[in-house]
Design a protein around this ligand. Structure first.
Ligand code: AMP
Ligand code: MG
Length: 330
């Protein structure tokens, strides 16, 4: 198994990039690093290729996939028009970890967009953009994990979930959390918190807001979500995760459960002198960077205990992922 994994993991050089691009053009799947997490890509204009993504991930067919473009010309092949607000965001954040939901052209198979008339698009930075440019076609790519597992931030995570897929290894990804998804119409709203913060977006568009907690109808049933993917519980860690909203309750619980593994800011390690600890760093940027790897940890410990972070800046994204990963929030 380990040998098979290594065989399909390729350090990035001109040759492996060319091979990856050729595979994408042939309708095959390729996993590659982006600045957010690793993606599992296929030619977005080839329905059969896109179907392989859904099959490999076990992804529900009502969860649309983000399309990656290398330049504005490629963007025009997939979207009908670019409203002024989207233009302003692209100028500031592209290439980068911001996804925009725009009206789609008919050339984009409805499988990609789960039947919606809109398509989510982004222009990634670095290697991912080079690969899309080399492939010469827009690339549909969700995160390269089996549906429901934490997103992969290293090539080894990808190989764990997909030992038979060709993986480009670019080392650990820069942000460690997925792109921010913004819809422009019918109203300007953040559908998914991500690597670009609400505060950063507001400097360009002061009216932009987060979609907030899933809305509930009067009878308590969840209202239909604006962004289909956000309704799924995600990021199931290797064992139960308890998210603590208060430091004091985490400390008390940890004392009573000495075998639990504590995911905590490095600066708080001193609170758990007798405990196994997985230090996540101290700034929100460091915590985001190591979060998904921590959820995939193979270290010993009965359960994972995590502490809430303040909901501002990247903290909103970290809390969204922790809440989705948590078995219990106390
Ligand atoms: P993933 O590909 O797993 O990173 O998830 C992509 C996210 O973008 C999911 O939350 C999707 O629901 C969302 N998304 C993709 N396409 C659309 C779209 N056309 N409209 C609204 N949300 C979308
Ligand atoms: Mg995903």
């Amino acid at each position: 198994m380990a040998a098979r994994r290594r065989k399909n993991v390729h350090p990035i050089d001109t040759r492996s990039l060319r091979e990856a691009a050729a595979r994408l053009r042939r309708g095959e799947l390729v996993a590659f690093p982006t600045e957010t997490v690793y993606g599992l890509g296929a030619n977005a204009l080839d329905e059969k290729a896109v179907a392989k993504i859904f099959a490999a991930k076990g992804r529900p067919s009502d969860n649309p996939i983000i399309v990656h473009v290398s330049d504005r010309r490629m963007l025009r092949r997939v979207v009908k028009s670019v409203p002024a607000a989207a233009e302003a965001l692209m100028r500031k954040f592209w290439p980068g970890p911001l996804t925009l939901v725009l009206s789609k052209r008919s050339s984009v198979p409805s499988l990609v967009t789960a039947g919606l008339s809109t398509v989510a698009v982004r222009m990634p930075e670095g290697i991912a953009r080079d690969l899309v440019r080399l492939a010469g076609v827009p690339i549909a790519a969700p995160s390269a994990n089996v549906s429901g597992r934490p997103s992969p931030t290293t090539a080894a995570h990808v190989a764990e979930d997909f030992p038979d897929v060709f993986v480009l290894d670019g080392g650990p990804t820069a942000h460690g959390v997925e792109s921010t998804v913004v819809a422009l119409e019918p109203r300007l709203v953040i559908l998914r918190q991500g690597a670009v913060t609400e505060e950063q977006l507001r400097k360009i568009l002061p009216r932009v807001r987060g979609a907030g907690a899933p809305r509930r109808t009067r009878r308590g049933a969840p209202a239909p979500p604006a962004s289909p993917g956000t309704k799924y519980t995600h990021y199931a860690p290797t064992r139960p995760l308890i998210l603590f909203l208060r430091e004091s309750s985490l400390v008390a619980y940890a004392k009573a459960h000495p075998k639990a593994l504590v995911l905590c800011p490095t600066g708080l390690s001193f609170l758990f002198p007798k405990q196994r600890i997985l230090a996540l760093g101290d700034t929100p940027k460091e915590i985001a960077h190591g979060l998904f790897a921590a959820l995939r940890t193979r270290r010993r410990g009965s359960e994972l205990l995590a502490l809430a972070v303040p909901r501002r800046g990247l903290g909103r994204t970290i809390m969204d992922r922790l809440e989705r990963a948590a078995t219990r929030i106390v």
